[in-house]
Design a protein around this ligand. Structure first.
Ligand code: ARG
Length: 465
């Protein structure tokens, strides 16, 4: 069959060039969205009197047949038909004959492709939120089990102060909750219908853009037809939100990889989320965590790819915009599977609580406790800091820790130090006493968990409405 745009051409397209220009190999992922848009469009063409009811009914019946064939896997997409829009229209023509040619009245592939992408991103955002919520629930459950599990808190990857493992996990919960908020905002810009902008300038036909928007489930419509066909911000927002999400997952994965190492042994991953080595029989590798960490690279790449495509692009549609899709599909697949794998890996991970706690007993992570103890008794904090620094140096040289220093020695250093210092230096006490709002004290961690449970409960009651 001749090209749908073939009228002004005398010669056919060079074969290699045809394949180069085609997007059907990837934009077929938007088949359902394309059919949904066409159904809404033809319904409106009838209600505005642009097509007769009879014509519209024939076209609708045809679209439903194409849809059924697509769902049954009976549609063969063809490079000659370039993209999803023209492949579908060609199939429609095969089903119902020349009346199919009326579907494209008052429409362009420019508003059509943008419509399909808005619909596709909307569906993907729902799926993303779902999986993100699941992971956040896994984190809250993990944190709830480990409010009183003590671990070293790090700065510069050096033992800093003892913390609750639950607190550490809830930091990731907070990060992922901001991700969910960003994806929710992304929905605002995805939920706008471009359909009816036509090529770029609108149309002379008396279309009803509100009707098509409502039929497709959009809550808003673009107010400028040029913007409608040129805008890809909603995809850039998705890619950028996805990049931040992957950055979060990758930080977490990096920690898990460290925690699984022989040097830490803080956690043990379940066999279902680990792999072995083909040469070293003892190996159990955290491959999935490494892969998620690595996949953050391709998601950033997709963001930069599209930002670069969009840079300096004149209004309105340019074929460059066809390059907006593969990165979007790849990003969606990457984040959705990463979220699933991450949830499974964390839900089945064993936390070696005693190893974690013991590692805070053979270190100087209680040095701040001693300084705070002196400061609370009236010594200027800077002076206290200096005294404790000297004690740390003395202990390091002697090969022991602050909790091993005898009281007599402490009292030579400062008469403010009494026998209760040993309880103060205990890492569990150190954690429990950090009761400032948002601190690692057990009650503060429980407070965060309660808030998170409340947030998650409200979110699921909103999404089930
Ligand atoms: N396949 C094209 C794309 O993905 C659809 C829009 C084509 N529009 C055009 N005027 N060539 O961007």
């Amino acid at each position: 069959m001749a090209k749908l745009w073939g009228g002004r051409f005398e010669a056919g397209l060079d074969k290699k060039t045809e394949a180069f220009g085609a997007s059907i190999t990837f934009d077929q992922k938007m088949a359902r969205q394309d059919l949904k848009g066409s159904l809404a469009h033809v319904t409106m063409l009838a209600s505005t009197g642009i097509l007769t009811d009879q014509e519209a009914e024939e076209i609708k019946a045809g679209i439903r047949k194409v849809e059924a064939k697509y769902e049954a896997g009976q549609i063969e997409f063809k490079i000659e038909n370039e993209d999803i829009h023209m492949n579908m229209e060609t199939y429609l023509h095969t089903e119902i004959g020349s009346v199919a040619g009326k579907l494209h009245t008052a429409r362009s592939r420019n508003d059509q492709v943008s419509t399909d992408m808005h619909l596709w991103i909307k569906d993907t955002l729902v799926e993303t939120q779902d999986k993100l919520q699941n992971l956040r629930e896994v984190l809250v459950a993990l944190a709830s089990d480990h409010v009183e599990t003590i671990m070293p808190g790090y700065t510069h990857l050096q033992h800093a102060q003892p913390i609750s493992f639950g607190h550490h996990i809830m930091a990731y919960y907070s990060m992922l909750t901001r991700d969910a908020e960003r994806f929710a905002f992304n929905m605002k810009h995805a939920d706008i219908s471009p359909l009816g902008a036509a090529a770029l300038a609108g149309t002379t036909f008396p279309i009803d853009r509100k009707e098509t928007a409502a039929l497709m489930g959009f809550s808003d419509l673009y107010v400028n037809s040029i913007d409608a066909v040129s805008d890809r911000d909603f995809i850039l927002e998705f890619l950028s939100n996805a990049s931040i999400l992957m950055m979060h997952l990758s930080r977490f994965c990096e920690e898990i990889i460290l925690w699984c190492s022989h040097e830490y042994q803080f956690v043990t991953l379940s066999d279902a989320f680990s792999t072995g080595s083909s040469i070293m029989p003892q190996k159990k590798n955290p491959d999935m965590a490494e892969l998620i960490r690595g996949k953050s690279g391709r998601v950033y790449g997709n963001l930069f790819g599209l930002l670069t495509v969009m840079k300096s692009l004149p209004l309105a549609y340019n074929k460059d915009l066809q390059e907006d899709k593969e990165g979007m599909f790849d990003t969606a697949e990457t984040i959705l599977t990463s979220l699933d794998v991450m949830s499974g890996m964390l839900a089945t991970m064993t936390v070696n609580t005693s190893v974690m706690a013991e590692s805070t007993e053979k270190d100087f992570s209680n040095a701040t406790e001693l300084a705070d103890y002196l400061a609370a008794k009236g010594l200027p904090f800077r002076k206290a800091h200096e005294i404790v620094g000297e004690m740390v140096l003395e202990c390091s040289k002697a090969g022991h820790y602050l909790q091993d220093v005898p009281l007599t020695r402490y009292q030579e250093v400062s008469e403010l130090i009494e026998a209760d210092i040993y309880d103060t230096l205990n890492s569990r006490t150190a954690v429990a006493r950090r009761t400032s709002f948002g601190g690692t004290g057990f009650d503060q961690v429980k407070m965060q968990i309660d808030l998170a449970k409340e947030t998650l409960k409200n979110e699921s009651s909103v999404s089930s409405n």
